[in-house]
Design a protein around this ligand. Structure first.
Ligand SMILES: [Zn+2]
Length: 120
């Protein structure tokens, strides 16, 4: 593998937050029935959202969980286009399947050549 073939992956994994946090740690939007939240699996540095009168904790923002609106906004900064990326992924899988097939054919042909060299 060439060095420029390597892709850096984060050590953490984003996943759908279940249960949902009380509020987005980015925009502070409260959770509702429809909005998905993404748990980025790492601590945030927002502290707690408190009721101004009682100072009771309304939302724990110490874990980085973003609402789908914040995640979409971030993806747009990267010009992420789901359709384009799905097509790229499909093409990558197609090329990798071709590579696997050609490597198998190459192994088979090498074995035939080796047999021919032994037989002759
Ligand atoms: Zn948000």
């Amino acid at each position: 593998m060439r060095a420029d073939d390597e892709v850096a992956y984060p050590v953490w994994r984003a996943r759908i937050a279940d249960p949902k946090p009380a509020a987005c740690s980015g925009c502070l939007r409260g959770a509702d029935g429809e909005t998905a939240f993404i748990d980025l699996g790492m601590p945030g540095d927002r502290g707690w959202l408190r009721d101004p009168d009682s100072l009771g904790v309304i939302a724990d923002l110490t874990r980085l969980c973003l609402c789908e609106g914040c995640v979409r906004e971030a993806a747009e900064c990267l010009a992420f286009e789901p359709t384009l990326h799905r097509r790229h992924l499909a093409k990558i899988r197609e090329v990798m399947a071709d590579r696997d097939r050609l490597e198998e054919e190459n192994r088979h042909l090498r074995a035939l050549v080796a047999e021919g060299l032994v037989a002759n």
